[in-house]
Design a protein around this ligand. Structure first.
Ligand code: SF4
Ligand code: SF4
Length: 277
């Protein structure tokens, strides 16, 4: 989201020099995305796996997946560029699920060792958040984005075609239930640990729209600081769905803005994006 405008954000958690969580960072600070995480542990029907994760990024635009050594080189190079001093955040947002890839943790550790002042950020589908939270905290990850599309397992069954959990491939409402439980538990635990938390929700017309209000109330209760509604990009198994009109997203943001601050013009940035936001 190079052009994202995070308007009207206040509060201590939204003002920590992270361009994606704070109005104050706008145009002055930026982030370096490291595309080190190709694998995923669930299957979202709007995802085309060769493309980028809808957690944070736009389809098909990672130039390549890199390893943790290349990740450090990427940070070094970006930090020595003209805008290097303004790049304050290192984020891992795909192209798959960051927490399902060991390379994510290795890269974050190396970044922290070599660039201790950088803010560490991750996006996740939330399935492994409770399990990986302690390690994330130990490494020093402070900002997390969890993509939560629904709290209803029947609706979830229409959004997720499977979930890999404890060595099994689960499908249907049972799969969605495991995912939703872990998302909410992870959010709550991460909030209690003091992390800054964003929830992304992909708005899928006719599928999850009717439950957005109760979703926002619940994620706020669990500790989310900001909500980001992403319009569905019709692709994969949802290629025949409609993308929500801009006006509709605007309306939802204004309604849900009474619950949580809304991220306004997120551009669903690529998994290897580098630059000011
Ligand atoms: Fe911003 Fe998302 Fe990247 Fe974090 S992962 S730096 S929130 S764009
Ligand atoms: Fe794709 Fe991300 Fe969903 Fe995994 S979590 S299936 S990478 S959109």
């Amino acid at each position: 989201h190079r052009e994202c405008n995070h308007a009207n954000m206040t509060g201590p958690n939204l003002n920590q020099g992270h361009p994606c969580f704070s109005t104050s960072g706008h145009g002055k600070t930026g982030r370096i995305h490291l595309a080190v995480a190709p694998e995923c542990n669930i299957s979202c029907n709007y995802c085309v796996r060769k493309f980028d994760c809808a957690n944070e990024s736009r389809p098909g635009v990672t130039s390549k997946v890199i390893n943790s050594d290349e990740a450090i080189e990427t940070v070094l190079k970006a930090k020595s560029s003209a805008i290097g001093s303004q790049l304050t955040v290192v984020g891992i947002a795909g192209p798959g699920e960051p927490l399902a890839n060991q390379e994510t943790f290795e890269s974050m550790r190396k970044v922290k060792e070599n660039f201790p002042d950088m803010t560490l950020c991750l996006s996740t589908n939330g399935l492994l958040l409770p399990e990986k939270l302690a390690e994330m905290l130990e490494i020093g990850v402070s900002h997390v984005t969890v993509t939560i599309n629904t709290l209803d397992e029947q609706v979830g069954a229409k959004i997720y075609s499977h979930v890999h959990w404890e060595g099994k491939k689960m499908i249907g409402p049972d799969a969605a239930r495991v995912l939703i439980n872990n998302q909410l538990l992870g959010l709550e635990q991460a909030s209690k640990a003091g992390m800054t938390l964003k929830v992304n929700t992909v708005v899928i017309p006719g599928v999850n729209e009717h439950l957005l209000y109760s979703l926002a109330l619940e994620v706020k209760k669990r500790g989310a600081h900001i909500h980001n509604l992403l319009p569905l990009i019709p692709q994969g198994k949802l290629a025949h769905n409609m993308a929500p009109p801009k006006e509709l997203i605007k309306n939802y943001r204004s309604i849900l803005g009474s619950i949580l601050p809304q991220m306004m013009h997120c551009q669903q940035c690529r998994a290897d994006a580098i630059g000011l936001v």
